[in-house]
Design a protein around this ligand. Sequence first.
Ligand code: G6P
Length: 614
Amino acid sequence: MCGIVAYIGKKDAFPIIIKGLKRLEYRGYDSAGVALIDNGQLNIYKCAGKVANLEEFISEKNAEGTIGIGHTRWATHGPPTDVNAHPHISMDGSLALIHNGIIENYDALKQELIKQGYVFKSETDTEVLVHLVDNIGKKEKVWFGEALRMALSHVVGAYAIVAISKDFPNQMVAARKSSPLVVGIGEEGDFYLASDATPIVEYTKQVVYLEDEEIAVIKFGEELKLFSINDEEKRPYIQQLEMELEALEKGGYEHFMLKEIHEQPRSIQDCLRGRLNAQEGRVTLGGIKDYEQKMIQANRLILVACGTSWHAALVGEYLIEDLARINVEVEYASEFRYRNPILSENDVVIAISQSGETADTMAALELAKSKGATILGICNVVGSSISRITDAGSYTHAGPEIGVASTKAFTAQVTLLTLMALSLAHKKGSISETNFRILLTELEAIPEKVKKVLETNAKIEQIALEYKDATNALYLGRGSSFPVALEGALKLKEISYIHAEGYPAAEMKHGPIALIDENMPVFVIATKGNSYEKVVSNIQEVKARKGKIIAIVTEGDTQVREMADHVIEIPETNEILVPLLATIPFQLLSYHIAVMRNCNVDQPRNLAKSVTVE
Ligand code: G6P
C-alpha cells in the first residue's frame, strides 16, 4: 500500500511524478504529496484526497524542479489529513522523505526523539524516520544518505523510502525492506523510482529491483550505486521490462475494471499460451516442472493467499484434489503465519498473489521456508517480491491489473491452477489419457466461451438495475462453484458497498435462510453437473421464502429457468472448468451495480490493491 514515485534528472519532475502517482493510485488514495527541490529550495505540496486533488491544489503554484519525490497514501497511522500526507520534512526544512510500509517500533523511537527536542506535527509512523535521519546526521556529522543507512538499523518494520535534501540537490537516496521499490535507469543520466514499474515504463525499460535491506544512492549523471544496510557495495542487476504502455491505459473503456473484465478471453489465452497443447496432449508448466515430483510426493500442498487470490486457491484445492489426488489445504496467509503451523520438508507451500507483494503472503512463505518446506509462487506481477523469494513458480501473465477489484487476475490464477492440476494428474497417472485429453480440449476452448459469456453484458445490466438498491445479497454455489459464490459476494461488497455473503448452497439452511424475504436477491450457480439437483432443491427453499433468484445456468437449461426470477446462461463446459465462466457474470453485475450507485469502481473506498502491511 502507498505508492512512491521519484525523479532526478534534467526534465521537469512534477509532471512525471503526478502521472506516476496516478498510475500507482491503486495502492492507496487517501492523500497525496510531492516535494521538489528548486533553486536550492525544498518545496512541499500535499493534501488529503486523491492525486487529482493534489494536481488541482498545485495548479496555482509554481511546482518546479528537476528532482522530486511523490507519494499516494493508504492510511495506517493517523487519519487521511493534509498533515499526515507524505512527504514528511525535517524541522529545519532541509530533508524530505516518503515511505511505504509500517515502522513497528515508531512509538519508542518517537518518545526518544521527543526527549531530544523533536516536535512531531503528524500522527504518522513515517515522521519518526525523517527526524531520526536528521538526528543521526547532526550527531554523527554525516550526509543524509549515510544517516539514513544508519537510521535503518534502529528501525523495525517494513519500508520503501526515498529521501531528498536541499543540501544535496543532485542526489536522492532510497531503501527497501519488505515493500517494493524499482529504479528505472533513464537514457540521459536520469533516474525514475517507483513502487512498481508502471510509472517508469514510458521513459525506460531498464530497471533494477531493489532487494531487501538494500540502499540506492542515486546521483544525476552517474551510475546507480547500491549498498547493503551494512555498507557493503553491491552490483545492480539491470533487467529489461517487458510491460507495454498500452496495457496501462483504459483503451476506450470507462473504467479499468470493465476493460479488465473484457480482457479475459485474452488474459486466459495468455496464461495458456505455450503451456497447453490439446492436439499433442501436453501440458507444460516450465517454471515448476523441476518441482512436480516433489509436489506429487508431498505430504500436502498448502495454498496460502489473501482476498480474491484465496478464492482462487479454494478452486485450486478442488481441482488438484479431484484430478491429481494430492492432499491440498488452503490457508489465509494472515492466519497461517501466526498459527505455529506444523510444517516439514515434505510440505510444499504455494503462494498465490496477483501483486506478489502482499505482506501476509510473503510472511507465510518466509515462515514455511524457515521450517524447511519447499515454497512456490503463482504471481501476476513479473519480478515481484514473492516471485523472487520462492524456489520456483509460474506467472499468470494476465497483464497489469489496475482496477482495485481483481477480475482478470482471478481467472488467470484459476487457469494456472487448472493447468497445474492437469499436469500433476498426468504425471502421477491419476487421470486417464482419454479424460486428460478431453479436459485439455475443453480448457483450450475456454477463451472463446468467455467471449460468449461477455455477450450477456446487456442482460446483466438490466438485472443490475433491478437489484441496485438491495442492502443485502446472498451468493450460493456448491463444489468448485462455492468459491465462485464467495468471489461474487466479495466483488459486490468491494465496489458497490452492498453487504453480501457467499455460502455453500447446502449451508444456507444453517443460518442465512433466516435472512431471506422478498427483498433478498440470491445469486446461485446452478450449472449442469453432479450437484445440479441439489442446487435446484436449494433454489426451491429460497423461492418458498419469497427470495429473488438470479441463477447462472448452462445454456439450454429449462428446469431452473422455470423457478428463477432471472437466468444468465453460460456455455456448456466440463464441470471443473465452470468457475472460469461462472465468475464473469458476477463481475459484470457488481460493476454495473457500482456504476448505478455512483461508486468509484476502480478505487473503492478504504481499499488498496496491494496490501503491503499486515
Ligand atoms: C487486496 C486486493 C484484492 C486482492 C488481495 C490479495 O485486498 O484489493 O483484490 O485479492 O489484496 O492481493 P494479492 O496481490 O496477494 O493477490
